[in-house]
Every structure is written in structure tokens, then in C-alpha cells.
Ligand binder design. Structure first.
Ligand SMILES: [Zn+2]
Length: 198
């Protein structure tokens, strides 16, 4: 989008009256966005002019062209090829050719669906369902086995840790008991004088 007071394309195509033209020129001097827009218009025009000079391909060659070259059929074909509706004709011709090829090839080209249908016809739905169930059960069992192994390893670690903890606790308790015992012993050793004094 340009912020020019008048359409830059009109300016570019020299369709603006002098006064508006001068306003646009004054705006473009100070507006980088509009200057770039004008440059783009210039490049587009240059590209269009260069395209106009190039030769547009008149026809597409077929491998079989040479066969028909001298015949009236070939001349008629050339006339058609260079005429307006040629593309529509060629598209329709290619489509019908494709349909013909498809119709002839279909039974040979697609034996797979028939085989699949035959297999499906031989195996009843219940059997298929049973196989799926068995496969699912196997997968679940494998998953559970793996999970069980993990859980067992974890439980072993926990048991080991618990043993170590209870050992530590026992040692601590023993220590406390020993201390208590020592305190009691010390107390008793101090006490007999009082007891004997009674
Ligand atoms: Zn501007």
C-alpha cells in the first residue's frame, strides 16, 4: 500500500493531470515507501517488455509427428494445434486415452485387492478379532512383564535401603540404649550411698 495522495500506478502510467503529478512527485521525494513502489512498477514494466520480445512456443512436438508430416491429416492436425481450442482438444484426447489405458489395464494391474478380498473371505470376522485380541494380549503381557521386572528391581532397591536404614536405626538405638544404660549405671553407682543411708 502506498500513502501517496494519488494512485502511484496512475502516476507511473502518466495518466495524472500536471497538478496531481507534481503533488505525487513532491510526496515521493520524501517517502521511501512510495519510491520503492515506483521502482517495483518500473521493474514490472521492464519485465513485461522483455517477455514481449521473446518467442512464445507455438507447438509441442510429439514423437509420432514425423509419421504424419506429409499427410493431409498432419496438416489438419497442425491447423488444429495452432488454433484456439487446441488445448481443450488435447486435454480431452489425453483424458480419453488415459481412460482407455486404465480400462484395459485394470484387471491385470490390480490383482492385489482381489487377493485381499479372497483372504478376507476365508477368514471369518471372529477369527480376525481373536487374532487381534491375542496380539493385543501378547503386547500387554510383554509390557507388564517389563513393568514387573522394573518394579521388582525397584522393590529390591527399596528393601535393601530399608534394611540399611533399620540397621542404622538399630545401631542408633543400641547407642542410645547404651548411653541410657551408662547413665543408669552411673546413677546407680552414685545412688547406693543414699539407699544405704535410708
Ligand atoms: Zn508515500
Amino acid at each position: 500500500m502506498s500513502c501517496s495522495p494519488f494512485d502511484l500506478r496512475d502516476y507511473f502510467l502518466q495518466e495524472l493531470p500536471d497538478q496531481e503529478r507534481r503533488q505525487v512527485e513532491a510526496h515521493v521525494r520524501d517517502c521511501q515507501g512510495c519510491r520503492e513502489e515506483l521502482e517495483r512498477l518500473g521493474m514490472t514494466q521492464a519485465a513485461l517488455f522483455s517477455l514481449r520480445d521473446e518467442e512464445i512456443p507455438q507447438r509441442v512436438a510429439f514423437v509420432s509427428d514425423a509419421i504424419f508430416e506429409p499427410s493431409p491429416w498432419r496438416r489438419a492436425w497442425s491447423g488444429l494445434w495452432n488454433s484456439g481450442p487446441r488445448l481443450g482438444f488435447v486435454s480431452a484426447a489425453m483424458l480419453s486415452a488415459a481412460l482407455v489405458v486404465f480400462a484395459f489395464n485394470r484387471p491385470v494391474a490390480s490383482p492385489a485387492p482381489a487377493a485381499v478380498a479372497a483372504v478376507q473371505a476365508r477368514i471369518p470376522d471372529a477369527e480376525i478379532q481373536a487374532r487381534i485380541d491375542a496380539a493385543v494380549a501378547r503386547a500387554v503381557a510383554a509390557g507388564e512383564r517389563q513393568q514387573n521386572e522394573k518394579t521388582q528391581a525397584l522393590m529390591a532397591e527399596l528393601t535393601d535401603a530399608r534394611q540399611k536404614l533399620s540397621q542404622a536405626a538399630e545401631e542408633y538405638n543400641l547407642g542410645v540404649k547404651r548411653q541410657a544404660l551408662e547413665v543408669a549405671l552411673a546413677y546407680r553407682q552414685a545412688a547406693p550411698a543414699e539407699g544405704e543411708g535410708q
